[in-house]
Design a protein around this ligand. Structure first.
Ligand code: DC
Length: 216
């Protein structure tokens, strides 16, 4: 059996990597996994239980009890859950409990697909270090905060661009500086700065990079 083709798609929040990952998976006929949802499900579960976010054992239990069927809960998308998630994601126990699910998805993509796109923070560094293609998506803080602010219009009436920027910076700082699996590009990742690109341009650029890499 040939080894599945894995595309590791890492980056910070609001870089558009979710949209990009889905489009790449569609174009290349690969399965797609948003690994942020796994961590968000843990964050939401701890929040709902009213348990402390800084307790690794609480986070570990929530991760072990994760029900993959709950990953389409719209509540997972809120910024409150994102912030809580970033806090539970620093615990090595939480990350260890979610490792197998992600690696199994990459090794045996669902629906008989020949490979998978995994979207996250540490896919190229920890989860699938031998991924055939590694992309790390970035954009300036201001551009990312503006994109997120626009998404929140009509959903979160009190959000201002300044509060969105502040929350985003705090979350990214935590994700980038945590002791285990920080959100940094793998040495062999191609960094794609999307600050001045629209979604179509990001997709076309990324697809060209992937195709070139697959032919090399
Ligand atoms: O990609 P996202 O915004 O849905 O991720 C939410 C949080 O989950 C993010 O702030 C950090 C954490 N996360 C992680 O630590 N590792 C991943 N592979 C994906 C997400």
């Amino acid at each position: 059996m040939t080894k599945p083709l894995v595309l590791a798609l890492d980056g910070l929040s609001a870089t558009g990597k979710g949209t990009l990952g889905r489009r790449l998976a569609g174009a290349l006929d690969l399965a797609y996994l948003d690994t942020g949802l796994l961590y968000r499900a843990v964050g939401l579960s701890v929040l709902k239980a009213g348990e402390p976010l800084d307790d690794p054992i609480v986070g570990e239990k929530a991760a072990q009890n994760l029900d993959p069927a709950s990953l389409d809960d719209p509540a997972l998308r809120s910024d409150e859950v994102a912030s809580a998630t970033s806090q539970v994601s620093v615990h090595p126990q939480v990350r260890a409990a979610l490792l197998k699910f992600q690696q199994d998805f990459a090794a045996l993509p669902p629906e008989g697909k020949k490979g998978a796109v995994l979207d996250g923070r540490d896919i190229g560094t920890v989860i699938v270090p031998d991924a055939k293609v590694k992309l790390f998506v970035t954009a300036s803080d201001e551009v990312r905060a503006h994109r997120r602010f626009l998404e929140l219009q009509g959903v979160h009436e009190n959000a201002t661009e300044a509060t969105v920027l502040a929350e985003m910076k705090a979350r990214d700082m935590r994700d980038q500086t945590r002791a285990i699996a920080p959100a940094v590009p793998a040495e062999d990742a191609i960094v794609l700065d999307t600050s001045s690109l629209n979604a179509d341009e990001v997709f076309k650029t990324a697809l060209a990079i992937v195709r070139e890499k697959l032919e090399s």
